[in-house]
Write a protein of this length. Structure first.
Length: 300
């Protein structure tokens, strides 16, 4: 057994858990080895997600009897919670679907305090203490905007562009982002979907903006992808990122945005296909991507 605290301890723990889950009949996803899927009679029966020593599990009675019960016998389980609980910073509620939020985490995020006289020096560079505070706050905003607050994702991107050489003006701006964050509490809802996997679709929306980041040279691409079943939809992925090269025309930026969006949508599609063993063909047409007006104009 490895000694707690040594560099290889966490890896040995993961390999031990992996060995047990595979022994119980679970299979790791090819695209994410921290997620284990259990099938019974060729049908999806349950899953287990590993984050260090925290487990997120769910499944039917057969999964509970043949995996969860054995897992509890193999390891000492500290706390068990179901239906409503917190998992790695997420508040999870289950009732007519699943609602998730990070409102407890967002309540702890506070703006950077600054003397009124210092606020007037908008063009001045930050001192080391101020720069550290700026980067710490930026890290918190990057995390929450990627997990549960897509409404501030672009604002956080603007802040990250300025992170290497921030000024007093940048602290004032990131404080406004915090104010926007705190104006409302947000829950991400995953409604009940059709049990007929053939009814599920991925809808992907992409967009881009030309030379809109600080300095007016770099451009932005973004997307949002939904899992759709009838009139129910759940946001699975979103992003707002800097395009890694300089583009001169908006159509180029839009093509790059769509390319990134398709890559992410195909990743999600293949993950769902592997998880549920559902029949999804390999063509991109399985992912419905509403085109922007510029593409309608270009391709007729």
């Amino acid at each position: 057994k490895p000694v707690y605290g040594l560099n290889d301890a966490s890896r040995c723990w993961f390999l031990t858990v992996k060995k047990k889950l595979i022994e119980f009949g679970c299979v790791p996803l090819n695209l994410d080895n921290s997620v284990y899927i259990y099938h019974h009679n060729s049908c999806f029966s349950g899953f287990a997600v590993i984050h260090v020593d925290d487990f997120l599990v769910g499944g039917d009675e057969f999964f509970q009897e043949n995996v969860l019960k054995k897992l509890g016998e193999a390891f000492i389980i500290g706390t068990r919670k179901k239906s409503n609980f917190r998992y790695i910073g997420w508040n999870v509620e289950q009732s007519n679907g699943i609602c998730m939020d990070q409102n407890d985490y967002h309540a702890k995020i506070t703006a950077i305090s600054m003397e009124p006289s210092r606020k007037q020096q908008t063009h001045n560079d930050l001192n080391e203490a101020e720069k550290k505070s700026f980067q710490e706050l930026l890290g918190k905003l990057q995390w929450i905007s990627s997990q549960s607050r897509p409404d501030i994702r672009f604002n956080v991107l603007e802040c990250s562009i300025r992170a290497s050489t921030p000024t007093v003006a940048d602290i004032l701006y990131i404080n406004r982002v915090v104010k926007k964050l705190k104006k409302k509490s947000v829950k991400i809802k995953y409604p009940e979907m059709s049990e007929n996997l053939g009814d599920l679709k991925l809808y992907a929306f992409s967009d881009a903006a030309l030379s809109n980041l600080p300095g007016k040279i770099s451009s932005t691409h973004g997307h949002v992808i939904f899992l759709v079943s009838g009139y129910n939809a759940a946001a699975l992925s979103w992003c707002s990122k800097k395009i890694k090269r300089v583009v001169k025309q908006i159509i180029n930026a839009e093509c790059i945005a769509m390319s990134h969006c398709i890559d992410e949508a195909m990743l999600l599609r293949d993950t769902l296909k592997e998880t549920f063993r559902c029949s999804i063909s390999g063509s991109v047409s399985d992912i419905e991507i509403p085109l922007l007006s510029s593409f309608f104009y270009l391709f007729g």
